[in-house]
Ligand binder design. Structure first.
Ligand code: SF4
Length: 314
């Protein structure tokens, strides 16, 4: 007889509005211009999504110079630097911008702070494509990156400098709060964006896991290892008291035997993860255990973003 497992399915989870829009942009571009279309970097950080779009005719590039000038070139949801934007607009006949509007909001704010003469601090992860794109909105050296509280302590400060800070959109709410507190101690007059830079999707997924991970014996976040927001969700689950929390690419990597001694398993997913991957994980559990599912939700999301005008219908 199969042993019983309770699966708590946490929401909000999975696709955010920026990811939904970016995937739709690639699909519509293939439909309108025919394959192949070229995309700067992975359009979103999820292997399943990348494979599906590759099958349809998308080609993902790390170097913009590899994109043929006569084919559409698409910027990923993470955004690009001004250099990449200028280069693409000069070289490629059709350039489509799939940058999430909430990332663009941070770019616009960086430019405003720069024009007002502020020294800009960006809280984020070095080498993440979004951070490269945001830092690349301004001349080199105009934005200083801090990743930790100890980076804040190392900032050199001149009395005449006015400081402003921005953040990457997919950071841990709790870790970022600590870094902002440290900035405010060192720089009491530092200002921020009028509206939070960490996006609604990052924030909602973290809050839901923080609320519910504590009642789970184990927690699974479905997501790819290069997905910033998915990695943060695992940290949140652990910090909420569920030490036995992992990031899982898909059901193939799931070892159901690891869960033999556990009765309750929480499942959520990153903002770039299609729900089919969550269903596949649950189905694999159901092959080995008697599974009951309970949905736990902190509310619905109804955010949508407009498509770029070249792909709008009607
Ligand atoms: S996680 Fe947030 S910033 Fe990133 S694409 Fe989704 S909505 Fe946009």
């Amino acid at each position: 007889m199969k042993t019983s497992k309770k699966i708590y399915l946490i929401s909000p989870r999975g696709f955010c509005a920026g990811v939904t829009r970016a995937i739709e942009i690639v699909e519509l571009a293939i439909k309108k211009y025919g394959p192949p279309v070229y995309v700067n970097h992975e359009i979103v950080h999820n292997k399943y999504v990348i494979n599906e779009l590759s099958d349809k005719g998308a080609v993902f590039l790390d170097n913009i110079n590899d994109a043929p000038p006569d084919r559409p070139f698409i910027f990923s949801a993470h955004g690009v630097s001004k250099d990449v934007e200028l280069h693409a607009n000069k070289k490629n006949k059709i350039v489509i911008n799939a940058t999430c509007p909430l990332v663009t909001k941070v770019h616009v704010q960086a430019m405003k702070f720069f024009e007002l003469g502020y020294r800009i601090i960006l809280i984020g992860h070095k080498n993440h494509p979004e951070v490269i794109g945001t830092m690349g909105q301004l001349p080199s050296g105009s934005i200083e990156l801090v990743e930790t509280v100890s980076d804040v302590m190392k900032l050199s400060i001149n009395d005449n400098d006015n400081f402003a800070y921005l953040t990457q959109t997919t950071l841990s709410l709790d870790d970022t709060k600590k870094i902002i507190e440290a900035l405010k101690v060192r720089l009491p007059k530092i200002i921020s964006s009028p509206k939070e830079d960490i996006c609604y999707a990052t924030s909602n997924r973290q809050k839901a896991i923080k609320e519910y991970a504590q009642i789970c014996d184990a927690f699974i976040v479905v997501g790819s290892s290069n997905s910033s927001n998915s990695n943060r969700l695992v940290e949140v689950a652990k910090n909420a008291g569920c030490e036995n929390s992992i990031l899982l690419e898909n059901e193939v990597n799931l070892n159901v035997k690891d869960y033999e001694l556990m009765t309750s398993i929480g499942i959520s997913s990153g903002a770039s993860v299609p729900d089919i991957l969550v269903k596949n994980v649950i189905n694999k559990f159901a092959e080995f255990y008697q599974v009951t599912i309970e949905e736990l939700s902190l509310g619905n999301e109804n955010v949508t973003f407009k498509l770029p005008k070249e792909l709008r219908v009607g």
